[in-house]
Ligand binder design. Structure first.
Ligand code: GLU
Length: 299
């Protein structure tokens, strides 16, 4: 039985790419008579807001996508993340890092490689332990990792070259995305992770962390991004392509579900429908691997 999840960060309105990911993961779970969970990834400090998360849940509800368990908010999960840090420290996998943002330029804890993530060069690897009140990095084991993406097929990545040792805990007391996502997927028993292609490059790093914590590896599927009609990145315009903005321009939630379902290979043409109607037609073998483009008339 599949246990899928959708894990948005409550930093803004869910855009078409997020909604497409949510629907694909919901359909995949439903098609296997499995369970589907929503998790709010609100560990990234002040950018995350409860009210934005509530609005995201409302938008998902309008599309017929509701969590089968109470929504998990990562901001409530500090003790679980701390326990994972203790386990990693006991296994000798952590070291303190004193590099500043400036030292590392764009190297941040943001999950998206496209946003300028550079592999951490390992400057502090040799530092000895100084306690849990320091910024902490995970010591990645050397070598490439083979994993399978159920949409894109066999993958082989060297996480050291893609992300370098990830930051798991920041000096300001915040737990980082990579730690929270791995701990929560494990705690919630998630067996299938469906998310945007921009996170494909960090998957090997997360699998290494799962291994160090003794957690099982879920199946992964990374969906192509939703691009502008001319193929360029939607960037800021993506924010204007949420459920409410599209509804204000005459596209009903059923129309949106129909377009999303069509973009996932469930319908021959985009026509209004309910999410349940798409379940029998959902098949990973029919989901397009590449990006999809927003219709001209929507932007
Ligand atoms: N919270 C991440 C995001 O909004 C997604 C993380 C994941 O699905 O693993 O991009």
């Amino acid at each position: 039985m599949t246990i899928g999840r959708f894990a948005p960060s409550p930093t803004g309105v869910l855009h078409l790419g997020n909604l497409r990911t949510a629907l694909a993961s919901w359909l995949s779970a439903r098609a296997s008579r499995g369970r589907w969970l929503i998790r709010m990834e609100d560990v990234d400090g002040p950018r995350c807001r409860r009210d934005l998360g509530e609005a995201q849940l409302k938008d998902l509800g309008l599309l017929g996508l509701e969590s089968d368990a109470p929504v998990l908010w990562q901001s409530d999960r500090g003790s679980a993340y701390h326990a994972a840090l203790v386990a990693l420290h006991q296994a000798g996998c952590l070291y303190p890092c004193v590099c500043t943002r400036r030292d590392l330029e764009k190297l941040a804890s943001a999950p998206h490689a496209e946003d300028g993530l550079r592999p951490y060069p390992g400057r502090c690897r040799g530092r000895s332990w100084e306690g849990f009140d320091r910024a902490l990095r995970f010591r990645l084991p050397a070598g490439a990792l083979d994993w399978r993406d159920q949409l894109l097929g066999a993958q082989s990545n060297d996480p050291a070259a893609l992300t370098g040792d990830p930051l798991l805990f920041r000096r300001d007391g915040c737990f980082a995305y990579h730690l929270a996502v791995v701990v929560d997927d494990g705690a919630q028993g998630v067996t299938e992770v469906v998310r945007g292609a921009d996170l494909r490059s960090v998957t090997a790093t997360q699998i290494r962390l799962q291994e160090a914590l003794g957690l099982p590896r879920p199946a992964y599927a990374h969906l192509g991004l939703v691009a502008a009609p001319d193929g360029s990145r939607l960037g800021k315009r993506a924010g204007a392509l949420g459920v409410a903005a599209l509804a204000a321009r005459g596209l009903s939630p059923a129309g949106l579900v129909g377009w999303l379902g069509w973009s996932l290979g469930c319908l021959g043409r985009p026509e209004p429908c309910r999410a349940e109607e798409l379940i029998p037609a959902f098949d990973w073998a029919r989901v397009p691997k590449g990006e999809v483009r927003v219709p001209e008339t929507w932007v």
